[in-house]
Design a protein around this ligand. Structure first.
Ligand code: HXC
Ligand code: NAP
Length: 288
């Protein structure tokens, strides 16, 4: 069991908007922010899910949660969600762009609408939220903080999740661009690239049915395990806290070494046994 990393009250007085905060990793990160004293706004399309999660989180942490329905694809809804958050808590200090849509598919099987649906949730949604919050922070001279959840294939690309790869790559470009442009307004922008962290939402769409046992993510990770939600929550809490005050424009990978294992030309030699290495060593030593 991984423990919380930051000291008590590390986020006290901060209000953080978490898109997609009603489920999965958004819920885990939100819960830890509350434990550290933050007020949290969780937002997504399904109000029923949000309301249930908010009640659960409030009773577990004693913190204050505002559940607001908002489809991040629609700028007007994002602005209304932001204004309701400010009305409730007086100020918003940080935005966690966590909402996403994704599913595996050969690209040629996708309709144009399927492709743009994922781009709209991930890229346009993150743009809409960052734009609304950025305008508000700059106009009101508030130090802001944007944290974007991307993936490791934001920088490598990945077959079979091409809309998501395009969108996450765009979010990473936005992260680095805004870090420079809005740094002078005291707005920091960073990203986290998680490896496999099991959630219902991701596993149902990326490893449906028997795929979960046939394509075991643990085999792809040098540490031979998937991530624990608290490990991600620790990193996210650090990045939205003032303890990371000089980190700006960074993307931090938290994947147990997964993407490097996939990239390294000789990673598959892991399967070679010590006995086989004895023979291989003789051969390589005899090469003159
Ligand atoms: C092909 C599909 C499809 C599928 C939907 N579509 N699912 N096409 N294969 N499996 C098509 C539809 O036919 C439609 O196109 C278009 O996509 C939009 O579908 P809707 O169902 O109308 O969209 P919507 O209700 O907006 O739902 C969005 C969604 C859905 C992305 C399709 O899965 C969703 O709500 N996802 C949210 C949660 C989520 O995805 N979580 C996982 C994040 S995991 P047509 O042409 O028929 O109109 C992640 C992790 C990455 O990002 C890394 C892991 C290691
Ligand atoms: P999840 O539980 O399915 O989370 C996705 C969330 O996004 C849901 O709460 C969903 O809520 C919300 N959402 C989807 N479309 C939306 C829209 N149009 N407007 C507002 N909210 C919307 O999956 P997860 O695994 O926790 O994923 C969280 C984040 O981590 C995502 O950015 C994902 O790409 C990233 N990630 C996950 C993994 C992993 O292994 N799990 C790995 C790398 C990156 P509604 O349906 O109510 O709208």
């Amino acid at each position: 069991m991984i423990q919380g990393m930051l000291r008590d009250d590390a986020l006290k007085g901060k209000t953080i908007i978490v898109t997609g905060g009603g489920t999965g990793l958004g819920k885990a990160m939100s819960t830890y922010f509350l434990t550290l004293g933050a007020n949290v706004v969780i937002t997504s399309r399904k109000l029923e899910v949000l309301t249930k999660t908010a009640a659960e989180m409030e009773s577990a942490t004693g913190g204050k949660v505002l559940a607001l329905q908002c489809d991040v694809r629609n700028y007007d809804e994002v602005e209304a969600m932001m204004n309701a958050s400010i009305a409730q808590f007086g100020q918003v200090d940080a935005l966690l762009n966590n909402a996403a849509g994704n599913f595996i598919s050969p690209t040629e099987r996708l309709s144009a609408n399927a492709f743009s649906t994922v781009i709209d949730i991930v890229l346009k949604g993150s743009v809409n939220c960052s734009l609304a919050l950025g305008k508000y922070w700059i106009a009101n001279k508030i130090s802001g903080n944007i944290l974007n959840i991307v993936t490791t294939y934001a920088f490598t690309g990945s077959a079979y999740v091409v809309p998501s790869a395009c969108a996450k790559g765009g979010v990473l470009a936005m992260t680095r661009s805004l870090a420079v442009e809005w740094g002078r307004h005291n707005i920091r922008t960073n990203a986290i690239a998680p490896g496999p962290f099991p959630t219902k939402g991701a596993w149902e769409r990326l490893l449906p049915g028997e795929m979960a046992s046939k394509f075991d993510f643990r085999n792809r990770v040098p540490l031979k395990r998937v991530g624990e939600h608290q490990e991600l929550a620790n990193l996210a809490a650090f990045l939205v806290s003032d303890f990371s005050g000089y980190i700006n424009g960074e993307v931090i990978t938290i994947d147990g070494g997964e993407w490097l294992q996939g990239a390294g030309q000789f990673s598959a030699l892991e399967m070679v046994t010590p006995e086989m290495w004895d023979g291989i060593e003789k051969m390589t030593r005899s090469a003159k």
